[in-house]
Ligand binder design. Structure first.
Ligand code: DGT
Ligand code: CA
Ligand code: CA
Ligand code: ZN
Length: 591
């Protein structure tokens, strides 16, 4: 960083500190101005200090000049340092959270003792921000989203956070006058686990003059915080919480092409375009065109080409014209899907409705919020045939894991509910901890009392690959283990999880008849798409479960299904699409 920029940052920090302290507002404004001035200065400030010409720069007052001179001469400024140390050091970094300003930070600090982003996160989770002036539910949610964005790295937001924001926007766009239809494209339509920005494509009836009105109305939506750009065919905004949303407006006859293009992925599109070229065609956001004809119209940009397209209205038309089947968005990552589509062998991907029951759920017996009955009732409401109750085993002390004695009592309680309740089979199980060396938290004499066993790693996730792999292998080898739960223990953007050599583990699991879980609970999504794909290739069965700790957690199933779909899973690859009888056959085959 140049000295100018370094100084600009320093002044920005100083201004932020004073704003948070709520003192000397005019001075804070002056510091902000100096920061901007330094950032835009076309010459090196060091020179002006050395030849004294700094006096002639308007906008740099006496105290600012002293700070600059001190930094040039000594590399630091005592004035700034003492200012910085006058408040807790974690407060200034909180300014990076979109939608969080100095006034709110000041209030959080003075009224709730919050001094850094970590404490703020905890306070939000624990509901400790209630009762603060100007901090309604909506504002708190947007702060939460902002933290997610900031800590996600690379400014990506979690799928689970992006979905409701996009859904709401989509509804608003569809309601705009002149919009015939609108859909989400981009990574969100492909259900990537994190989202860089949200892409929406809207269709208008003709090359209508409405484009401008629609795009202007879009930038005026109440949740829009900043407008990054606005034009007749596209607009970009930042919504509350800092998430970017791109809107594209196209004539309806080009809607399919725009959806295809903006759904991506980029890699998928590049390969597809190459294929089009081989066939003497060109594929772009407007449609699929014959190269010979397209060249004549090429100079027209920002507008649809003046020649008729081979295909443009629907995605199906485009893929068909390229000699292939339509490809579900979740597969469009250039991982072999184009060859499959050309051979008419696109898998019939699993859908949410294929799931007949959840095999991983918790109750009040360990760290869940609901009773056995409540969980079972909720599962019935979802139309499930069966539900596995799997509370934590004894080593999970923080999660109120069950001692042997408590487990046996709990099994009895589950079986009592199972006997009484109609319309669902309730299975008595347990999520048994896979300890560091791969031994299980209960001995075989206890495990054999369970209807089936799901075994998961929770602690010591920083092992080397050999140890991590042996750990899972040993669990797979146990004759009572049926499912490995969240096999790596990773949490999206929080921790990486076990570095398992899955090739070895999958080969053993396929042979043993042990299923691997896709844990649908956010932020797990574990296995992830790539590992789940490898599992299928190795002949391993999957199990998509929510790991529900409350009845509302069952709603996270679509996230797990999206991972399965991105892995290319069909219903037949997933054990909890089986009817109860077939499922029990699978779960007892090792005994
Ligand atoms: P994100 O937003 O980082 O989560 O990922 P995407 O896939 O949504 O990427 P984004 O928003 O930059 O662009 C949306 C889609 O538009 C992308 O998936 C493919 C298409 N696209 C964007 N730029 C290019 C490009 O330079 N070449 C090609 N072939 N496609 C592009
Ligand atoms: Ca995007
Ligand atoms: Ca985008
Ligand atoms: Zn669990």
């Amino acid at each position: 960083m140049s000295l100018n920029n370094e100084l600009a940052e320093l002044f920005k920090t100083a201004a932020a500190v004073m704003e948070i302290k709520g003192e000397a507002v005019f001075k804070s404004i002056a510091f902000s101005k100096v920061a901007r001035l330094l950032g835009e200065l076309p010459f090196d400030i060091r020179k002006s200090v050395e030849d004294g010409s700094i006096d002639t720069i308007t906008g740099i007052g006496k105290s600012s000049r002293k700070i600059i001179e001190d930094v040039v001469r000594t590399g630091t400024s005592a004035d700034i340092e003492s200012l910085k140390s006058s408040i807790p050091e974690g407060l200034v970094p909180m300014m990076q959270i979109p939608s969080l300003g100095p006034k709110t930070i000041s209030m959080l600090w003075k009224q709730r003792g919050i001094t850094n982003i970590g404490e703020l996160t905890v306070a939000i989770v624990e509901g400790k921000l209630e009762g603060l002036k100007g901090l309604g539910e909506k504002k708190i949610q947007s702060i939460k989203d902002g933290i997610t964005m900031l800590t996600a790295g690379g400014g990506r937001i979690g799928l689970i956070n992006a979905l409701p924001i996009a859904e709401k926007l989509l509804e608003q766009v569809r309601a705009l006058k002149g919009v015939e239809r609108a859909e989400v494209a981009g990574s969100l339509r492909r259900w990537r686990e994190t989202i860089g920005d949200v892409d929406i494509v809207a269709a208008v009836s003709a090359t209508s003059t409405r484009g401008h009105d629609i795009s202007r109305a879009f930038t005026k939506f109440p949740q829009v915080g900043r407008v990054l750009g606005q034009g007749e065919t596209k607009s970009s905004v930042l919504v509350d919480g800092g998430l970017q949303v791109d809107l594209r407006i196209v004539p309806e006859e080009h809607f399919g092409a725009a959806m295809q293009y903006f759904t991506g992925s980029k890699e998928h599109n590049v390969t597809l375009r190459g294929l089009a070229q081989d066939k003497g065609m060109t594929l772009n956001e407007w449609g699929l065109y014959k190269l010979t004809e397209y060249d004549k119209a090429k100079k027209l940009t920002g507008k649809p080409p003046a020649v008729p397209a081979v295909a443009s209205r629907s995605e199906e038309d485009i893929y068909e014209a390229l000699g292939m089947d339509w490809i579900p968005p979740e597969l469009r990552e250039d991982r072999g899907e184009i060859a499959l589509a050309t051979a008419h062998k696109v898998p019939k991907l699993i859908v949410v409705k294929d799931i007949r029951g959840d095999l991983h759920s918790h109750t009040k017996a360990s760290d869940g919020d609901s009773t056995i009955e409540q969980m079972a009732e909720a599962a019935i409401a979802l139309g499930y045939e069966y539900l596995g109750i799997t509370d934590h085993s004894k080593s999970q002390v923080i999660a109120n894991g069950l001692s042997v004695e408590r487990l046996l009592k709990h099994l009895e309680a589950i079986r009592k509910v199972a006997a009484k309740i109609k319309g669902i089979k309730v299975l008595a199980s347990c999520e048994v901890d896979i300890l560091t060396d791969g031994t299980l938290d209960y001995g075989d004499e206890i495990l054999k009392e369970l209807d089936y066993v799901i075994a998961s790693p929770h602690a010591s996730l920083k092992q080397d690959p050999k140890k991590a792999t042996d750990r899972l292998l040993r669990a797979v080898d146990n004759r009572y283990v049926n499912i490995i739960g969240h096999p790596t223990g990773r949490k999206i953007d929080k921790r990486g999880g076990l570095p398992v050599e899955f090739e070895t583990v999958f080969a053993r699991a396929a042979k043993a008849g042990v299923a691997m879980e896709i844990n649908a609970g956010w932020p797990r999504l574990d296995l992830n798409d790539v590992n789940a794909r490898a599992a299928i290739a190795a002949g391993v069965m999957l199990s998509v479960n929510t790991d529900a700790h409350s009845i509302s957690d069952f709603e996270q199933l679509p996230l797990g299904i999206s991972v399965a779909r991105r892995a290319g899973a069909e219903a037949k690859n997933v054990i909890n699409t089986l009817d109860h009888t077939s499922l029990m056959k699978f779960l007892t085959r090792k005994r």
